[in-house]
Design a binder for this molecule. Structure first.
Ligand SMILES: [Zn+2]
Length: 134
C-alpha cells in the first residue's frame, strides 16, 4: 500500500481524475479519503463521514423550519456557532497530526449541516424582511 492509498487500498478521490470520482463525492467536493468514510462491513460510503453528517443535518433544519418558522437573528447566530466544531475538528486535522474519529466527524458534520441551513434561513428571512419593509 502506497502512502496515497487509504485503509481499503483505494486512493483518496482527490488523487483520481474527476471523471473517476464517485459522483456524489465529486458533486459535493468531498475528498472521499477512504479511512474517513463511514464503513459498515465491506460497504464504504462514497463521501466522508463529515459530509454524511452534513447531509443528515439538512433535513433536521428543514423540520425545524416547519416547526418553528424562519429563523430569527438568535437562531441564525446559533446556527453560525454550530459550524465551529466542524471547523475546529477539520482544521486541526488539516493543520496538525491530529486524527479525528468517524463518530466525531459525523456529529460535527450534522451540527454544521443544521447550522448552515439555520444561518442561511436567518439571513434569507432578514433580507426578505428588509426588502418587504423598504
Ligand atoms: Zn466529505
Amino acid at each position: 500500500m502506497s502512502a496515497r492509498t487509504g485503509l481499503a487500498g483505494r486512493p483518496p478521490i482527490v488523487h483520481l481524475p474527476h471523471a473517476l470520482r464517485p459522483r456524489a463525492a465529486a458533486w459535493l467536493g468531498c475528498h472521499g479519503i477512504p479511512d474517513r468514510c463511514l464503513a459498515i462491513g465491506a460497504w464504504r460510503s462514497p463521501i466522508c463521514a463529515r459530509c454524511v453528517g452534513l447531509l443528515a443535518g439538512y433535513p433536521a433544519a428543514i423540520v425545524a423550519l416547519f416547526l418553528f418558522g424562519p429563523p430569527a437573528f438568535g437562531r441564525a447566530a446559533a446556527g453560525a456557532l454550530l459550524l465551529v466544531p466542524a471547523a475546529i475538528d477539520g482544521g486541526r486535522q488539516m493543520l496538525s497530526g491530529y486524527r479525528s474519529t468517524t463518530a466525531r466527524r459525523f456529529v460535527t458534520g450534522a451540527l454544521a449541516g443544521f447550522g448552515q441551513l439555520e444561518l442561511l434561513g436567518g439571513l434569507t428571512a432578514a433580507l426578505l424582511g428588509a426588502l418587504a419593509a423598504g
